[in-house]
Ligand binder design. Structure first.
Ligand SMILES: [Zn+2]
Length: 423
């Protein structure tokens, strides 16, 4: 049984080409002109992309499945055109042991509609100073390490973690936050915090920990990855570290590219995330960082919460917003339609770049022999993001109501269609 995706514009290895894509079973058999197959998917006037890769999602299972579960989270990913995701380990119980990692991998496989890679924690329960047995966690199937949601407060802990991660050839993906500077704020420092009379989060809470960790990465040689950089100074530190040969990569999350703190209309916690929305200057630095390669890729930090957890304003609400279903279309509309970022670049930042930076050979590329993980997007028609359409249990996004281009038409994982628009 073969399927052919006909007449699309195909993103392949940094270029856009007119081609058909032939799929046999779970693999791409050929990319070229005038291909035929048993089944035909018409992609005339559509973009055919490698399935997007999002190395930063929160699926809440086990422990908080009222917010999201692996099935709904992965449906949301598929609806956004993602076919491979990296799931953060802030679930309950935290998968501190090989047995728990194996269980997560089993759940991800059984319940996930997309490929779900599993992070193990850096330290026990993600908050302690007890560095875990990385060799055993890797053997159990963990693909990288992260305490996302928490910064590692103790420099010696991070130093030992990086040494051990290097020995085991594992990446540490760090949520950078020095709690002594963080001071339980809820919104970026500046005019908006004063206008809304809310406690501020200093940018130094992020940047000082990045500076510390870059020195530790230099010393240990560990591949150090920074989650959701939000400050201009963070971008500058990474640029300097890269120029000195330090083994560092970093990601930007869509919301920091789409909004700044001045866009927060009122005390509405759909704009509350951690790190917080920053200033226009910070956002401009992120865009420069994306364009010059300082920022390696885009990851959503998809963080679903129940509605009542996002009610009641910034002081009461949980941090975080969803992202899987809005990332590509919102970024395409704001940056590609306007000519600031080329389509090829945005697709690279969301497919081959995260795969390559994390050494993942099984995703991010659309070519003969690759896994048939494919997304088809409609770049021509404007649509409105509506709450009723979300596959995620979480509706906590400030982008509902936004008019966008770049809706997902179809998502295929290992040769199987897992999402079709309108079905
Ligand atoms: Zn985080």
């Amino acid at each position: 049984m073969t399927t052919v995706i006909k007449n699309g514009t195909v993103y392949q290895n940094g270029r856009l080409i007119k081609a058909d894509v032939l799929i046999e079973n779970n693999k791409i058999k050929a990319v070229g002109e005038n291909l035929s197959g048993d089944q035909v998917i018409d992609a005339t006037d559509k973009l055919v992309s490698p399935g997007l890769v999002d190395l930063h999602v929160h699926y809440r299972e086990p422990g908080q499945t009222y917010k999201e579960d692996i099935h709904t989270g992965s449906m949301a990913a598929a609806r956004g055109g993602f076919t491979t995701v990296g799931a953060m380990p802030n679930v309950t119980p935290v998968p501190n042991t090989p047995d728990l990692i194996e269980n997560m991998i089993k759940l991800n496989h059984e319940k996930g509609l997309v490929h779900i890679l599993q992070y193990a924690p850096v330290t026990k329960d993600q908050t302690s100073d007890e560095v875990l047995d990385y060799a055993a966690l890797k053997k159990a199937g963990a693909f990288a390490l992260s305490n996302d949601g928490h910064g590692i407060q103790n420099a010696q802990t991070m130093y030992l973690a990086m040494k051990k991660a290097k020995e085991n050839n594992l990446i540490i993906a760090a949520h950078c936050q020095d709690d002594s500077l963080y001071q339980k704020g809820v919104i970026n420092e500046g005019a908006k915090a004063k206008e809304l009379n809310l406690p501020e989060i200093s940018g130094l809470a992020e940047t000082t920990q990045i500076a510390r960790d870059l020195l530790l990465a230099q010393e240990t040689g560990c591949h150090y990855h920074i989650c959701h950089v939000s400050k201009a100074a963070s971008v500058e530190l990474v640029r300097m570290a890269k120029s000195r040969g330090i083994n560092v990569t970093c990601e930007a999350a869509p919301h920091y590219l789409l909004l700044t703190d001045s866009d927060i209309p009122s005390d509405n916690a759909y704009y509350k995330m951690n790190p917080p929305l920053r200033s226009k200057e910070d956002q401009a630095a992120l865009v420069v960082g994306l364009l010059d390669g300082t920022i390696d890729f885009i990851a959503t930090d998809h963080a679903p919460h129940a509605k009542n957890e996002k009610d009641g304003g910034f002081m009461k609400a949980a941090f975080g917003i969803t992202g899987s279903e809005t990332a590509f279309s919102t970024l395409y509309t704001k940056y590609v339609k306007t000519g600031i970022i080329k389509l090829e670049k945005l697709l690279s930042l969301m497919s081959d770049a995260p795969a390559e930076k994390f050494g993942l050979t099984s995703c991010g590329h659309l070519e003969a022999g690759a896994e048939a993980d494919i997304a088809i997007f409609d770049l021509e028609h404007e649509t409105t993001l509506e709450e009723k359409d979300y596959a995620s249990k979480g509706v906590n996004t400030p982008f509902t109501g936004k008019k966008v281009y770049g809706e997902t038409v179809m998502t295929m994982v290992s040769g199987k269609v897992v999402y079709t628009r309108g079905e």
